[in-house]
Structure formats: C-alpha cells, structure tokens
Write a new protein. Structure first.
Length: 307
C-alpha cells in the first residue's frame, strides 16, 4: 500500500513517521523548505512513546508529483486546505482513498466536490504534538489516536486493509464503525474549548476561578452540543460526561491550540471550527449567542493580524 502523507509537520510527521518506521511505503508531500530539512537532518520524532530518527525519508514537492497513491493522509490546517488539494490532486487515481484528519466538517464538502465522496473517508486524530526550534516533531503527551472509517458506518474491505497497515505502526490507530459520530463529538469538545479559552485568553482553570466562569464554560458546551444534536449526532452519555469533567476541572491548565496560536500571532481556523458550526446552528434554528461572540473575537483577531 503506497501512502502519501501531505505535509511533514507535527501531525503528518508523527503519524507518517511511525508508519515509515514500521517499514511501510510512505512518501511525504512537502514544501521546498521542509524538503531541505528532511534531506539534511532527517525526520526526528521525540516522544514519550519512543524516539525515532528517520534518515532522508522519501519526500516529493508539489509540482513534481506524478505517481498515483493508494492512500492520501491529509492533516493540514483548514486555512491551507485549498493549496493542499491542488498539491496532492495529481496523486489521486481511480482507486485512491483520502483520509482527512482535519477538525470540523466543512473540509468533507470541499474534498467531495473535488474528488468525489466515494474517495473520501471520515477521519480524526487526537495527539498533542508540535515542531520545536530544531524542526523536530515533539509529542507532548503519551496520548495518541487516529481513527478512520466509511462515512456510512460499514467496515469495508479498503478500511480493513488500511487498518491492517496503520495498526502495524501506530499505537492508537483504529477503524471506526461510527466515524461521523466520532467526528461530531470531537468537534463539540474542540469548539467549546477553543471558543472559551480563545475568547477569555486564558486556561480552563482560570476561567473556572472567576465569577460566572463555570456557567460560561457549560453554556458554551450546551450550545455546541445542541448544534450537534440538531444535526443528528447527539453527544453520547459517557462522552458528554467526560468532556464536562475536562472543562470543569478546577486548576486545569488546559487551553485550545487555537488560543496558543493567537498568542503566537499565527493564523487560526476561525471559519472552519467556529464559523461553520454557527452556520449549521442557524440552519437548525439553534441559538448560539456565546459562540457568536467568540467568532466575532476571532475574526477581529484575524483582521488585526493581517493589518
């Protein structure tokens, strides 16, 4: 199975690197700077689950991609999606399967329009990873998971084949019978955390420690959950209780990566994570006043950032 990993940043570099470490046929689609880094320093993974040093991993640059691949693993940020689609499109053939692990749902519509829904699986990942100053992939916590599945819930032959390959190299890889439910539940948690910590510009613990903080956090969770429920994907009992526990843990240092990106002056996925959720809430006539305030805040940040 030939696998094209779009990008070799924190997410693509980690999961693609683990597959390459297991002897799988992996090629990274990268920009010129990253291609030079991989050629000179290799792909380095620093992880509580074991370090890895992969010398001169197979890489190809956009514009030089001519071969077809069996699987395309897509892990870019939403604001890079259009460019990513253009870059990997030549690798997509009649039997290619695309596994996107972006957050939210809007990317599925874009990929379906470009390549056809039959080529696009549902997918998600859960990992805390970053690139350090040496451009090494650093996993910050032991937790790691990547899930994929047919959007109709069937365990197809191609998903079984992908699962066999992915589980051979990635601890926490798993085929899902309910990938759309899984994706919605992650979106509920992520959007609640991102909207809350980005708007308040601080951690869950600090929000909880001030008057009205707990009500604010739970109110944000209520809005995102109601939107998912209206779409037919009501968060499950155990999931909801787990998420509720995470955002009501006193002293918790937890923040969303979106808030950390704001602090660093980086682009954010405001439209994909928060804006699209509001649009779906509007369609379902679900009131989301807290999400609207958070979205206005994020768009003001974007306006200020680009001048």
């Amino acid at each position: 199975m030939r696998i094209l990993v779009v990008g070799a940043g924190a997410i693509g570099g980690y999961f693609g690197g683990r597959l390459l470490q297991a002897g799988r046929d992996v090629t990274f689609l990268v920009r010129p700077r990253r291609a030079s880094e991989l050629a000179s320093a290799g792909l380095v993974i620093k992880s509580p689950n074991g370090d890895a040093m992969l010398t001169n991993p197979p890489a190809v640059q956009a514009g030089k991609l001519t071969e077809k691949f069996d699987v395309v693993l897509l892990s870019c940020k939403a604001f890079d999606l259009d460019d990513a689609i253009k870059s990997f499109a030549p690798a997509v053939g009649s039997n290619t399967t695309i596994i996107p692990v972006l957050n939210g749902m809007r990317h599925l519509d874009l990929l379906d329009q470009k390549f056809g829904a039959e080529r696009v699986l549902g997918g998600l990942c859960a990992i805390a990873a970053t690139l350090n100053e040496k451009r090494e992939v650093v996993q910050l916590q032991p937790m790691q998971a990547i899930n994929y599945g047919e959007r109709d819930g069937k365990l197809s032959a191609r998903v079984r084949a992908i699962d066999e390959v992915f589980t051979s190299g990635i601890a926490g890889a798993s085929a899902s019978h309910n990938i759309m439910q899984d994706m919605w539940e992650k979106w509920v948690f992520l959007s609640s955390l991102a909207a809350s910590t980005s708007l308040m510009r601080t951690s869950v613990g600090n929000i909880l420690a001030v008057p009205g903080g707990k009500d604010f956090l739970l109110g944000m969770l209520d809005e995102t959950s109601a939107t998912a429920t209206a779409a037919g994907y009501a968060p499950g009992g155990p999931f909801f209780e787990r998420v509720k526990g995470l955002i009501t843990t006193e002293g918790s240092p937890m923040t969303a990566s979106m808030f950390r990106d704001i602090k660093a002056g980086l682009p954010v996925e405001a439209d994909h994570i928060i804006g699209d959720l509001i649009a779906r809430a509007d369609t379902a006539k679900v009131p989301v006043p807290k999400l609207r305030i958070a979205y206005t805040h994020l768009k003001a940040y974007e306006k200020q950032r680009v001048g």
